[in-house]
Design a protein around this ligand. Structure first.
Ligand code: ZN
Ligand code: ZN
Length: 405
């Protein structure tokens, strides 16, 4: 999609909030609203430490609307047995699963004197946990690869067949060749499959300069809840959020490629302990605007950019209409909020990338585009401490997608 098409699609999102559309089955029309979901989750199918049905149940009972389990280079669609008593964490996981779903739910067998448990497939988990209009599970994979020693991980969502990562020469090409594999699956299946670059600062694997020329890359994780992902950068590396502006400015200045959209995810692996140094669930998510909780609608809304990323701030409205970007927040008592509008101007000097062009305190914020911006985006910060922080001093935030004039 080129920039013009993208602008048009962003234009659409201003309308879906108010347009009422009759459903195909003739029922009363439903109004678009935001659905909460996490698109980066690990279970015992890869290096997570809990059963997929337990994890799905956790998200469902915590008020999430949708979830994608995204294992490293695998999908939960084969027969897989695991050791029931590998260590204390595994024994605890088995006990909790039996307590929750009953002994009959768990498939056991004995092998070489050791008890094995079969991991449920995604289809089985969906049958058990999904509930119409309440909780949806979307398939996915973390395409886990690298170039030399640099990690390059990408999540593909709504994928039906596993993708085996392929090599590229250099980081950019590794991103590109694997993104093209996802694009081929999308074309072949006719389904809306999307793919985002995960945690660029993990292992300092992917720099902004690696991302800028990767034209196929449309999304990245502006927030990842894993504590090892160097969210805030360091003396030598920009923060993950700063990467967004560097990539956007460079791509749009060259009038090439599409803007980059930001997702927030958990990248959860650990479900039996709490702590800032482990990757627990519930830290970051996206809010997707759709009429119904349905895979196609959720995926299509992500595809048109009608979503925002959050680590604890909730928007009640988000509009881009008539050259005005505006948002409203759901406030909590005792918490103060600040919305910062960040832009890069078309004529900006090299050092004026991602500058503050507007600020507002309180529950409403508006920015009128002048036409001189390459893009503008909003970040909302709050004084609310993150209830489950992944770094010291973390507060709840939200990030809206870049808007073009
Ligand atoms: Zn990863
Ligand atoms: Zn991961």
């Amino acid at each position: 999609m080129n920039i013009r098409a993208f602008s048009l699609s962003l234009g659409i999102f201003t309308l879906v909030g108010v347009v009422l559309v009759a459903s195909q089955d003739g029922k009363a029309p439903s109004k678009a609203r935001f659905f909460k979901g996490n698109l980066h989750t690990h279970s015992l199918w890869s290096d997570g430490d809990d059963f997929p049905e337990m994890i799905a149940d956790w998200y469902k009972t915590k008020g999430y609307d949708f979830l994608a389990l995204t294992e490293h280079n695998t999908m939960a669609n084969t027969t897989r047995w695991i050791d029931a008593s590998k260590d204390d964490i595994r024994k605890l996981a088995v006990k909790k699963c039996v307590d929750r779903f009953g002994d009959n739910w768990v498939d056991r067998k004995e092998e070489k004197g050791k008890e094995q448990i079969r991991l449920k497939t995604l289809t089985e988990v969906k049958t058990k946990i999904e509930e119409k209009d309440k909780f949806l599970m979307i398939s996915g994979e973390e395409i886990t690869h690298g170039y030399q020693k640099l990690p390059i991980h990408m999540n593909a969502i709504n994928l039906k067949e596993v993708i085996k990562p392929v090599d590229g020469v250099g980081v950019t090409e590794t991103i590109q060749v694997n993104q093209r594999l996802v694009a081929e699956k999308r074309k072949k299946s006719g389904e809306t499959i999307i793919s985002f670059l995960n945690h660029p600062n993990f292992g300092w694997g992917v720099s902004p300069n690696d991302m800028i020329p990767a034209d196929e890359l449309r999304y990245y994780e502006v927030y990842n809840g894993h504590p090892g992902t160097n969210q805030n950068g360091d003396a030598k590396h920009p923060s993950v959020e700063r990467i967004w502006d560097l990539v956007l400015a460079s791509r749009l200045k060259a009038n090439r490629s599409v803007p980059l959209l930001g997702v927030a995810t958990d990248d959860s692996h650990n479900y039996h302990k709490q702590g800032m140094n482990i990757s627990t669930p519930g830290r970051g998510w996206i809010m997707v605007r759709a009429r119904e909780l349905d895979t196609r609608q959720i995926m299509d809304a992500i595809d048109t950019g009608d979503f925002y990323a959050s680590s604890g701030v909730t928007l009640s409205d988000l509009k881009n209409s008539g050259g005005v970007l505006s948002l409203k927040l759901e406030g909590e008592s005792g918490i103060t909020y600040k919305t910062t509008f960040i832009a890069t101007m078309k004529e900006a000097a090299e050092d004026a990338v991602g500058v503050v062009v507007g600020e507002a305190e309180g529950l409403e914020a508006t920015y009128k585009l002048t036409g001189k911006e390459l893009y503008v985006r909003a970040r909302v910060t709050s004084t609310k401490s993150h209830p489950n922080p992944s770094y010291k001093g973390e507060t709840c935030s939200a990030w809206t997608q870049p808007v073009l004039p």
